[in-house]
Structures are given as C-alpha cells and as structure tokens.
Ligand binder design. Structure first.
Ligand SMILES: [Zn+2]
Length: 389
C-alpha cells in the first residue's frame, strides 16, 4: 500500500532483510484465509470442475503465499528507493489491507517523495507482467492448467494492486505522488499534505458509498470489503494529516514562547539539607538550576541528592554534587521547540534551564510545551477548513 505507520502493532517478526524487520500482523491471517478459501471454493473449481478438494486448497494457499510475496516486494520497492536516499526503513508490516513500510522520516524534497511513492506501483506492474509471461509460458504445457490459472490470478491481482495504489488520495501511493506534485507546485509541504489528504478522504468516502451500493445490490462480502477499506483509508488520511499538523504547529516556535521567567534557584553554597527543605519539599520539582549572581553554575536533581546518604546532607554543599551546565542540559531562548523535545527525550528530563550566554533567564518544562500545543491545535481544529500555510 504505502509508507506509513502500521495501524496495529500486534503480530510477529518473520525475518530481517537489509536491517528491515519484516513482520506479519495477526489481521493478515484473515486475508490469507479469505484468499485461500475463495480460490479453493470458487476460482479453481470453476475452471477445473473435477479438481480434488485437497489440491484446490493447496493451490489456493500457494496462490495466497505468492500474493503475500507480491505485496512484500511492493513494500520492498518503496523501501529500496527510500534507503537509496538515505532514509532508513525500520519495518515492513503486512496486515489486513496489504502492507506498510515504516519509513523513519519524510523525504526532504518532492522529487524523492515522488520516487519513493512511484516505486511500489511500478513493482506491482512489473510483477503483473512477469506473471502474465508465466501464464503464456505454462499455457502449452501438459497438465499445467492449475498453474496457468494461478499465474493468471496473480497477474490480475498485481495489476489491481498497482492501479488501486495509483488512486490519487493520500496516503495511497498515488496520493503521495499527488502530494509530491503539489509540494513542488506550492513549495509548501503542509499545504500539499492538506490537499492530498482532502482528496484521500474524498476517495475513502467514495469507496464506502460504492461499498453500500454493492451491499444493496446483493454483493454483501465485496461491498463490506469496500466499506472497510474506505474506513481504513479515511482514518489513515486523517492520521497522516495530523502528523504533519503536529510538525507544522511546532515549526517556528522557540523556547522564548514557552519558558517561565520566574525560576526557583538554588545557591551553590547551600547545604543539601537546605536545598531539600527549601526547594524539593516545597515546590515538588525534581530538578533546579543553581545560580551564582544570576549566572548558571549547575543543575541539581533529585537523583543527585538520592546518591548522598542522608546523614551527610547537613555537611555536603550543592556545588559538590550538582552537574555542571552543558550544551545538552541547557537551551537558549532561540532554541526551537523541536530541539527541546528531542533533548528532553534523550536526556530523560522534563525541565531545562534557559540561558543567554551564561545568565539564567528562565526554565522550560515539558508540561508548558504540551499545554500550549494543545491550546494551539485546539484553536486550529476549530476551523478545519482552513488550509495551513
Ligand atoms: Zn505502495
């Protein structure tokens, strides 16, 4: 299908390939069973009426496995192009509606995005061609009817996969190609994603509508299938869009927009006992900047204190146990919020002192960032017809 995050995380790992984890979600067994069943009960017996059931089921299962291989190759084609552009691919998951390559980051330019997206359908077209040639090749062989039928089925299904994925609704491959085109045209990634997701949602609604038409026309299974695919696509379009929204919300925001200027500080000559009583017990933060006449000289955390036996708290001073300020544990007012969240993530801290030169000018906490982001996204969400710009 298309690069993105798998909607489900249950399942098991099959094997590793060039550093990519190939995994199967449990929901994939549903499609495997359905394909095997419909081929064994319907497709093969229709053209070879005297077929023993055991053989029909074996051929059904073999065809389903080759379909699995085709979907996997489609995802590997996306992954191959991504890796060629030094975008790492973590995982390929096969699930109910096909496959997904979990690509670690977005492409940096529209051309790369287009190439990654188009690789999947090209691979499926190539597979359709290959299976069609195999159909021609086996047609004149004696007693090869079942293989002719199987290759014929795989030709059709790969062709269908290629065409379906070319529908220009995000997050289908065609939608990603459309986004790449719009990205180039507008020069604005978020706006391109917005438009491509809108088309994606439109496609999803059309599929759901078609599904209901089919159900009322008496084709219950086929109709339900379309409805489910439509619902899945709609969710995926929504999710893909909000991912970009989140990034867009963060873009251009800096520490100075979020920081608190009134900071509780410690003095380096305080004893640990004083620090515990005056700061840790009273304000319930787990980390405090240590300043000397306004200059940040260190950071004292609860962990530092816990390392010192309690009976030594009266003698030991803050400056003996604190960490010195470094580029990792401080930020400046001009640091982007992106970087702040990355530092908080890697350092495992939720509070960072803000320094200008060496002067302490404030503190930024994860909670402040999250609250403000929530408010901003809430206000944006209030008018969802507003394109981002
Ligand atoms: Zn794809």
């Amino acid at each position: 299908m298309s690069p993105g995050k798998p909607p489900l995380s249950k399942g098991f790992t099959l094997f590793q390939l060039y550093g990519i984890t190939i995994a199967v979600d449990y929901s994939w067994f549903i499609i495997f069973g359905l394909v095997t069943w419909s081929l064994a009960i319907g497709y093969f017996p229709r053209y070879t009426p005297d077929l023993p059931p055991a053989l029909a089921w074996s051929m059904g299962a073999l065809s389903a496995l080759l379909l699995f291989g085709s979907v996997l190759l489609h995802e590997l084609a996306h992954s191959y192009v991504a890796i060629r552009h030094s975008i790492p691919v973590e995982r390929i998951t096969l699930f109910l509606f096909g496959g997904m390559a979990q690509i670690t980051r977005e492409a940096r330019d529209s051309k790369t995005e287009f190439q990654i997206a188009v690789a999947g359908p090209i691979c499926s077209f190539a597979l359709a061609l290959l299976f069609w040639l195999l159909t021609l090749g086996t047609r004149h062989l004696v007693q090869a009817d079942l293989f002719v039928l199987m290759f014929g089925y795989l030709t059709t299904i790969n062709m269908a996969l290629a065409i379906f994925n070319l529908i220009p609704g995000f997050p289908l491959d065609g939608g990603r190609m459309l986004r790449a085109y719009l990205w180039r045209k507008y020069g604005d990634f978020a706006r391109a994603t917005y438009t491509a997701s809108r088309v994606g949602k439109g496609v999803a609604l059309a599929l759901i509508f078609l599904g209901f038409v089919q159900i009322f026309a008496g084709n219950l299974i086929g109709g339900l299938w379309l409805v489910f695919i439509g619902m899945f696509l709609q969710q995926a379009a929504e999710a893909g869009y909000s991912q970009v929204m989140g990034r867009e919300l963060l873009a251009g925001l800096m520490v100075r927009d979020f920081m608190t200027q009134a900071v509780i500080t410690l003095s380096p000559t305080m004893t640990l006992e004083q620090a515990v009583e005056e700061a840790f017990f009273r304000h319930a933060h787990i980390c405090y900047p240590v300043t000397d006449q306004g200059t940040l000289v260190g950071i004292l955390t609860l962990d530092h204190i816990k390392e010192i036996p309690r009976q030594e708290w009266k003698e030991r001073r803050v400056q003996e146990v604190m960490s010195p300020p470094t580029a990792e544990n401080t930020v400046s007012p001009e640091t982007s919020i992106y970087e702040v969240l990355a530092k908080m993530g890697s350092g495992g801290t939720s509070r960072l002192p803000v320094v200008q030169g060496q002067k302490l000018v404030g503190i930024i906490t994860r909670r402040d960032v999250m609250n403000l982001l929530q408010i901003r996204s809430g206000l944006r969400g209030a008018d969802s017809s507003l394109p981002l710009s």
